[in-house]
Design a protein around this ligand. Structure first.
Ligand code: PBG
Length: 331
């Protein structure tokens, strides 16, 4: 009796064998850690829906930056919660805006730490949309205008680069945003600053906790006229292709977990690094289940992030980054 002919279990017999044939490695080099900086002093306020994630004022930021550097994580994604908001998001491109100030300070404290600047307007506009609001003359309805938003995004990106941001990550999903920002950065002398484009960003319910954190929920309507329909995959190729043509250096898919097919598709179609954003609600769900004792947090997070890499992600943005760095060191 020669059956089974195939014995796949042979290569699973010991830890040594398993590690020898392991196809995917998660390393600390893959990770980007998001941080929320807020105006004021003495503020370290936990975001209710994201245990372990804080609003930090500038004076308490240094300590957190030290933690990041000590963890071995080499890049942060910086979000700002500004003092004032208005219709045109002035505080997004203010030389003394919260993101610009934090960027300059972090560059002094930790020059080697890579700062990825999220380039969007929704945290800085009083209406909470990612672009300029115009009124459609035919219907009177408020719409997010594409081309006038591009000008403000370019100003934001240039001011972030001036402050010292290493990577510009535009997340607002206007058409042509990569091309406009590339041209603006080049004209300002920042031709060597890369663009990590939020190429494929879905209109997702998984951003809920982030919008609490960034105070960036839209005050009317939703983001469905600019963010993608979760039902579409082929459209993701068009989004990514236009970004590639316009000069993107890295392509992001967001959220990650429910869209790993799209991560794989981008990986197979383009030869740029693919970034997966393990977004806020993906984090909150794990935290809630772990707090209830329903799952093993460490095992679930490592399995999830390994799955993202297996699907094709070269880089993962995750609120778990500092924990993961610790776990990967075996602590
Ligand atoms: C800004 C932005 C958002 C996120 C990252 N950048 C929110 C949104 O588009 O509504 C979400 C991140 C997360 O949920 O972790 N446009």
């Amino acid at each position: 009796m020669a059956f089974p002919i195939t014995r796949n279990r042979r290569l699973r017999g010991s830890a040594g064998l398993r590690s020898l044939v392991r196809e995917t490695q998660l390393t600390v080099d893959d990770l980007i850690y998001p941080l929320f900086v807020t105006v004021g002093t003495g503020i370290k306020e936990e975001i209710a829906s994201m245990p372990g994630v804080y609003h930090l004022s500038m004076d308490l930021l240094k300590q957190e930056i030290d933690n990041v550097v000590a963890s071995g994580v080499k890049a942060i994604l910086l979000f700002g919660v500004p003092a004032t908001k208005d219709a045109v998001g002035t505080s997004a491109y203010d030389h003394n805006g919260i993101v610009q100030e934090a960027t300059r300070a972090i560059k002094e404290w930790a020059p080697e730490l890579l700062i990825v600047a999220d380039t969007c307007l929704c945290q800085f506009t009083d209406h909470g949309h990612c672009g300029m609001i115009h009124h459609d003359p035919r219907t009177g309805n408020a719409v997010v205008d594409n081309d006038s938003s591009l000008e403000l995004l370019v100003k934001t990106a240039v001011s972030q680069a001036e402050a010292g941001a290493d990577i510009i990550a535009p997340s607002n999903m206007m058409d042509g945003f990569v091309g406009a920002i590339r041209e603006g950065l080049d004209a300002a002398g920042f031709e060597s600053v890369p663009i990590m484009s939020y190429s494929v960003k879905y209109a997702s319910a998984f951003y809920g906790p982030f919008r609490d954190a960034a105070h960036s929920a839209p005050q009317f309507g939703d983001r469905k006229t600019y963010q993608m329909d979760p039902a579409n995959a082929r459209e993701a190729l068009r989004e990514a292709e236009s970004d590639v043509i316009e000069g993107a250096d890295m392509l992001m898919v967001k959220p990650a977990l429910a869209y790993l097919d799209v991560v794989r598709m981008l990986k197979e179609t383009f030869d740029l690094p693919v970034v997966a954003y393990n977004v806020s609600a993906e984090y909150s769900m794990v935290k809630a289940a772990a707090a209830n004792g329903w799952i093993d947090e460490r095992a679930v997070v490592l399995e999830t992030l390994t799955g993202m890499k297996r699907a094709g992600a070269d880089i993962i943005i995750t609120y778990h980054a500092l924990d993961v760095a610790r776990w990967l060191r075996g602590e």
